[in-house]
Each structure stands twice: as structure tokens, then as C-alpha cells.
Design a protein. Structure first.
Length: 122
């Protein structure tokens, strides 16, 4: 697996960090843009890394879109955009990755020193 190689070359953060990193994965049942097998591999990767706080939602009928409960989003759930499919994706993600949801962020917005740095790799 290339992840171990990149870790050994110090191109990515230690993979052990994934154990305590919350992950939220979504794949619509009608998505023909990204094959479900690819998303399943993503889920299995995080699972193999020992990620404890892992959510995988793959039972909502929608295409390659971002799920929403916004009343202005199409309800048809068959277009590749925001779709009102009965799940509030933004709320679900933030409630999952931020303790206390949007009300209590992990890091103060002005304290970027604890965020680390972005590294480009292929």
C-alpha cells in the first residue's frame, strides 16, 4: 500500500493518526460517477487503519451529489448536484467530525498553528 511508503518517506502524517480521526463517507445508491467498489475500498482503508469513529452511509437513493434537506434543492435525487434526499449532509458531517457539532469547533478559528501544513504528493 502506497500510504505506508509515503509515511516512511515523511510525505504524509503518521498513519496512526487515523485511529483517532473521525471519518464520514457517503455514496448514493444511484451514483454512476464513482463506482461503489471504490468507495468501499476507501471505507475499508480507514477500517484497516483502525479508525474508531468511522461512518459510511451508502443506503440513500441519490446520484453523485451532495445530500441536502434544503427546500431549494431538487427532490428528484437523480442529478449531480445538491439534492434534497432527506439527509442533511453538512450537518451530518460537522456533527460527526466536530465534537459538539458546529457549536464547538476542535480548534479556535484564529489558531492555525495547530493545523499543520499541507504537503503535495502524487
Amino acid at each position: 500500500m502506497n500510504a505506508y511508503k509515503y509515511e516512511m518517506e515523511n510525505k504524509i502524517a503518521p498513519l496512526k493518526n487515523l485511529k483517532k480521526t473521525p471519518v464520514w463517507i457517503f455514496s448514493g445508491t444511484a451514483d454512476t460517477t464513482v463506482d461503489h467498489a471504490i468507495v468501499d475500498k476507501t471505507y475499508n482503508f480507514y477500517k484497516s487503519m483502525g479508525t474508531k469513529d468511522l461512518t459510511y452511509i451508502n443506503n440513500i437513493r441519490t446520484t453523485h451529489s451532495f445530500p441536502s434537506t434544503d427546500k431549494y434543492s431538487p427532490i428528484s435525487c437523480d442529478q449531480n448536484n445538491f439534492q434534497n434526499c432527506g439527509i442533511d449532509g453538512v450537518k451530518e458531517i460537522f456533527d460527526h467530525i466536530l465534537p459538539g457539532g458546529l457549536d464547538k469547533a476542535r480548534v479556535a478559528h484564529d489558531d492555525y498553528t495547530t493545523w499543520g501544513t499541507l504537503q503535495l504528493f502524487d
